[in-house]
Design a protein around this ligand. Structure first.
Ligand SMILES: Cc1ncc(COP(=O)(O)O)c(C=O)c1O
Length: 438
């Protein structure tokens, strides 16, 4: 049964924790839609909503091969299933990841700078609540999102009160129905209550990749203010490498970088990786022990030799990235073919991740309403409003005019989904025109 299908409430009063985490949040709606599309609705729903990775045959072959190798090594296999992992993660895996990052980027890190969590989502649940929320001295601190739209999965993670304060981006209009967001440094305004700064790079939902210059400015500001800068690298380099821009990843003692195995095609293994100064790693380990004892260790076991011999880099570069680049190009071409040139539409410059972020300036209905119309036609997208948390948006129509469209599913799904989306958008504009006086 779908998690959203029951509207009944349990008869017991809710703690603040329960009130916050049982809300009908955007991420719950998204994961519920996704789960339905992947199970009972498979073949029936056109799934362009969630961020499920595509099933890449060459990668699936690698994971099957690795699983066979593990099973052939009986002692190792038995240990994976029968032994709890350490709360900071498997020491050999942590060492392999540190060595890889060290070789690739020259970062001065060791296994003591690496913690594993049950997915990047869990890492952010720990980190966001570690830095922001209610403090013992009565103060309330927030995480600054220097550019929204930002990842919907952060929005409802607070165990206390609102966690975020966000800033609008600068919008660069690019010819041929395109645009790109930039951090508006003039409006960054780091108030006293800011406890940390967070960005995803590439950004989910817009696919925006903050430039090296933007990151280095942000990093300098954070360092100067004594704040941590969290960079969510779920799609970035060195793995899974779903980034179409040639930018440099960074790490420093005040930077907390997260990676994940999910977008390599292993979301089922729930493996997130935190790269941070040692004290933060110790804290992650302590929280992990309390919240979940230990991590899922299968992803670590599957990928460890690939981290050690560098195969993961080659796969990311030669298999994963081209797969998504091609999907992005395909989806953009479908859009161009389906949406009339004189219709007001723009797609954010596609720079990575799994999504096209569409903007329909002057759209007469909100994209939330559009989502409902599309869902009625068995086509799933994510309305843009969810991605603008931490910001007063009432006077800014932009947040109701955007939507996220995932292109990871089959060409047939994307082609049919975009055709239906185009019909509904055109219809919305035509309806408004028909009701205009005169
Ligand atoms: C930007 C971003 N961060 C983190 C996550 C969490 O991924 P996971 O928990 O599977 O590692 C996602 C998943 O879609 C994401 O898009």
């Amino acid at each position: 049964m779908s998690a959203l299908s029951s509207h009944r409430e349990a008869p017991w009063p809710k703690s603040i924790f329960a009130r916050n985490l049982t809300r009908r949040s955007g991420i719950l709606e998204l994961m519920d839609d996704l789960g339905e599309a992947m199970t009972t609705g498979r073949g029936e729903l056109l799934m362009m909503g969630g961020g499920n990775p595509g099933h890449i045959p060459a990668m699936q072959a690698v994971w099957r091969r690795r699983m066979r190798e593990l099973m052939e090594n009986e002692a190792a296999f038995d240990s994976i299933l029968a032994d709890y992992d350490q709360p900071a993660g498997n020491p050999g895996f942590r060492k392999a990841v540190a060595a890889l990052l060290n070789r690739e980027f020259g970062w001065p890190i060791t296994a003591r700078n690496i913690a594993i969590t049950n997915g990047g989502q869990t890492a952010f649940f720990f980190l966001m609540n570690r830095f922001a929320g209610d403090f013992e001295d009565g103060s309330h601190r927030r995480v600054l999102l220097p550019l929204v739209p930002e990842y919907i999965g952060y929005a409802d993670q607070s165990v206390s009160r609102d966690l975020f304060t966000a800033r609008r981006p600068k919008i660069e209009l690019i010819v041929d129905h395109s645009f790109k967001y930039h951090i508006d440094f003039d409006r960054l305004d780091i108030t006293e209550d800011v406890a940390a700064i967070a960005v995803s790079r590439p950004t989910n939902p817009s696919s925006n990749v903050l430039t090296d210059e933007e990151i280095s400015r942000l990093s300098a500001i954070a360092k100067q203010r004594g704040l941590p800068l969290m960079i969510d690298n779920a799609y970035g380099v060195p793995f899974p490498g779903v980034i179409f821009e040639d930018v440099r990843p960074v790490w420093d003692e005040h930077i907390i970088l997260t990676l994940s195995l999910s977008k390599l095609g292993l979301p089922g293994t729930r493996t997130g990786i935190v790269v941070a100064r040692e004290e933060i790693i110790d804290e992650m380990s302590a929280i992990n022990a309390i919240a979940s004892l230990a991590n899922n260790n299968i992803g670590q076991a599957l990928t460890r030799p690939l981290m050690e011999n560098g195969e993961i880099l080659q796969l990311s570069h030669e298999v994963v990235r081209p797969f998504y680049q091609e999907k992005s190009d395909f989806a953009l071409n479908q859009l161009r073919a389906s949406l009339p040139d004189d219709l007001p539409w723009r797609a954010h410059k596609s720079e990575g991740a799994f999504f096209l972020w569409l903007w329909f300036p002057g759209l007469p209905i909100s994209t939330r309403e559009l989502y409902q119309r599309l869902k009625a036609r068995k086509t799933l997208i994510i309305p843009g409003e969810y991605f603008f948390f931490g910001l007063e948006t009432e006077d800014w129509p932009h947040h109701r005019e955007c939507l996220r469209l995932s292109y990871t599913q089959s060409e047939d799904t994307v082609r049919r989904g975009i055709a239906i989306l185009a019909e509904e958008v055109i219809r919305a504009f035509q309806e408004a025109e028909a009701t205009q006086p005169g």
